[in-house]
Structure formats: structure tokens, C-alpha cells
Design a protein around this ligand. Structure first.
Ligand code: PEP
Length: 253
């Protein structure tokens, strides 16, 4: 049985300017301290990546971008490459968040292109997948997730897949206060691990970290983390203040 170190990741979305992000990073650094029993990651806005990486030097908190482009350079006004993200000091990147899929035309194909570019640059990708409310009501949850996994992770070598983190985020649970029930979460996570095992490799599937995201808070994290196939959380709203995010990080204590 593979040991999977839990990852607690905070997605700051379109919140906090540079000064606010740096001040918050300093607060988190002292609240979380030098020793954590889980991996911790925060994803500020692009403009705050470099100063937040500088502020978090010497702390176990890793920094991620919330998105990236798949090309490394060229005439792509407004885009940011994996190498640029890496050069800020980031080690991780979120790819395919449902808000990117819903509002900015992200598809499984663009997720796959971004994923390959992130891996080439040495970033750990946190790949988000999840069904909408309508898809769940129509009984299409597993079909949708299976496609997102197979298309999103297509063409990666075993070595590349080994650093991929999956985040299951049911769209209907994001920012709504409606957390999926523990039974729903475990059912989907076990399905995802099996889907990776069947289509890719059993060993990899056992080692792959699968995070849950969708209205996670300090009050429900312990229950979610007790589930066999949950290896961490991707947290939006509750990652925006020190007390609630450090409470989630310290769920074991
Ligand atoms: C998210 O944006 O990835 C998320 C899970 O948000 P929230 O925790 O606010 O539901």
C-alpha cells in the first residue's frame, strides 16, 4: 500500500492584491510554523507570485499559480508560461479549475497541453476535474469524470504521471456551502483511483494523491480526511484567512 502524504492547498482566486498577499503569507508562515504533518500549498494571483514566494522562503508552504499557458514563449499577449511561473519560485500549478472550464473555455484538450508543459518545466500540476449539478442529476457523474481523467492525462509517461495530483471538485459544491457527503466523496475517489489504475497503471494509481474540493472548512476537514481515498483538500473560501486555513492544515491535532 503506497503512503500518500496529504496535501492541503489554498486557492486564493481573484482575492488579495500584492501587499495583502504578502502580509497574509507572513501570517500563514508564522501560524503554520516550520513543521507540518501534511504538505501545504497556496495559490495567489499571478501578480503576487514572486513576492509571496520570497515571503515564504524557509517555510514548508509551497506556492502555485492558479493557471498557466502551454507555450513557453512567443506572440501570446497576456499569457504566462510554466517556465515563468517556475522562475518566480513556484513549485506547483493548478490546471483545469472548473471556473476556467466554465468561464474561460478550458477543455480537456487544453488541460492536457498545459499539463505536459507544466511537467516539462518541473512544476507539480494539480489537475481539477468535477461534474456539474446537471450532470450529477442526469446520472452522468462517472462518465464525465472518466473522460476528464482519460483525456486530461492522455499521453503522459509513468514518470510524468507520478507527480500529478488530481483534485475532485464537484462544481455544485464549489463556493456554495454544499459539501459532498463523505459517502459521495469516497465513492468518486475510489472510482477515480480505479480509472487511473485501469487506463494507466495500478502502482501509479495507488500512489496518486486525490484531493477533494468544494466548501471544505475546518469543521468538515477531519471527516473528509478520514476517508480511505482522500489525500488532501483544495480549499477556496476558507483558505483566505489565517485562522480557518491553519485550522484546516492542522486537522490532525
Ligand atoms: C475551489 O475554488 O477550488 C473551491 C473548492 O472553493 P470553495 O472551497 O470556496 O468551495
Amino acid at each position: 500500500m503506497a503512503t500518500r502524504t496529504p496535501l492541503i492547498a489554498g486557492n486564493w482566486k481573484l482575492h488579495k492584491d500584492c501587499a495583502e498577499s504578502v502580509a497574509f503569507a507572513h501570517e500563514l508562515k508564522s501560524a503554520i510554523g516550520a513543521d507540518t504533518d501534511v504538505d501545504v500549498m497556496v495559490a495567489p494571483t499571478f501578480t503576487a507570485l514572486y513576492p509571496v514566494c520570497e515571503a515564504l522562503k524557509g517555510s514548508p508552504i509551497a506556492v502555485a499559480a492558479q493557471d498557466m499557458f502551454w507555450e513557453s514563449k512567443g506572440a501570446w499577449t497576456g499569457e504566462i508560461s510554466a517556465e515563468m511561473i517556475r522562475s518566480c519560485g513556484c513549485t506547483h500549478v493548478i490546471i483545469g479549475h472548473s471556473e476556467r472550464r466554465q468561464y474561460f473555455g478550458e477543455t480537456d484538450e487544453t488541460v492536457n497541453a498545459k499539463l505536459k508543459s507544466a511537467l516539462e518545466a518541473g512544476l507539480v500540476p494539480v489537475v481539477c476535474i468535477g461534474e456539474t449539478d446537471e450532470e450529477r442529476k442526469q446520472g452522468k457523474t462517472f462518465e464525465v469524470l472518466d473522460t476528464q481523467v482519460k483525456m486530461g492525462l492522455k499521453g503522459l509517461s509513468a514518470e510524468e504521471l507520478a507527480s500529478v495530483v488530481l483534485a475532485y471538485e464537484p462544481v455544485w459544491a464549489i463556493g456554495t456551502g454544499n459539501t459532498a457527503t463523505p459517502d459521495m466523496v469516497q465513492e468518486v475517489h475510489a472510482f477515480l483511483r480505479k480509472s487511473v489504475a485501469d487506463s494507466l497503471q495500478k502502482e501509479l494509481a495507488n500512489a496518486m494523491r486525490i484531493l477533494y474540493g468544494g466548501s471544505v472548512k475546518s469543521g468538515n476537514i477531519a471527516e473528509l480526511m478520514a476517508l480511505e481515498d482522500v489525500d488532501g483538500a483544495l480549499v477556496g473560501g476558507a483558505s483566505l484567512d489565517t485562522e480557518s486555513f491553519s485550522g484546516i492544515v492542522r486537522y490532525k491535532r
